[in-house]
Design a protein around this ligand. Sequence first.
Ligand code: NAP
Length: 250
Amino acid sequence: MNQEARKPMTRAIVIGANSSIAQSIIEQLLADSTVEQLIAISRKKTPDLLSKFGSKLRWICCDYSEEAIKEVCGNLNASEKDFSHVFICNGLLHTEQITPEKRLEDIGAEKLQAILHTNTIVPMLWLANLAPLLKSKVDCSVAVFSARVGSIEDNRSGGWYAYRASKSALNMLIKTTSIEFSRRAPNVKLIAFHPGTTDTQLSKPFQRNVPEDKLFTPKFVARSLLEIMENLDRESGAEFLDWAGKPISW
Ligand SMILES: NC(=O)c1ccc[n+]([C@@H]2O[C@H](COP(=O)([O-])OP(=O)(O)OC[C@H]3O[C@@H](n4cnc5c(N)ncnc54)[C@H](OP(=O)(O)O)[C@@H]3O)[C@@H](O)[C@H]2O)c1
């Protein structure tokens, strides 16, 4: 029997599916014959992926408002079950109006709110609304994209107030959810995942001082994450893991 024949079937949901890392996850999952179904959710569809992998891939557009997230999860709950993998990839570091803060004078309520909304509130709304859908007899691994800079212990260089705080808060929400899931949905394993500095639109303005061998491709990070998810310790609670599968202190 080959290795793929022994692997259980994969049914996956990828949220924030237009992230460069998410796109690589989708491509790699869809190239794997053990993947039965993939639901991609984003603000806009990616026609390229749809034309290449149409039959296994279902794309749902969502504006990430609370009502829209509830509606998407309610509809999925009525028709789908036994998901084995969930990826929540949303994250925002900068926009035309927002640059990560270097000093206290850069703090602004609107900027803080925008970053906290995308990085903390949106992923948590997905986790909360997906809960009834994820509880099943099938092991389910949920990777929520965090960042090492969200580690309170590891904060040595300061700055990036909003982004750091949004990922620290996200980590707390993930850990708290995992405690509730241990009673309500013990088949679900949660990880807060740090992809490492990856060559995407999010990191573009901050790549100058990153050594070449520390700037990862989305393809590499996607492959690493999929491997990590194959080998998780399902008995421990939520974990904060980097791209190499190494724990990061919360
Ligand atoms: N790249 C890095 O070096 C790095 C390092 C550490 C952590 N991360 C984390 O990795 C994750 C993936 O990032 P990436 O590098 O692949 O970035 P990316 O290509 O810029 O993707 C951005 C992601 O954020 C979502 N997003 C952007 N603006 C949003 C908004 N206003 N409301 C809701 N969602 C919004 C997008 O959703 P749509 O699909 O709907 O467009 C997409 O999923 C993020 O959580 C990021 O914080 C990245």
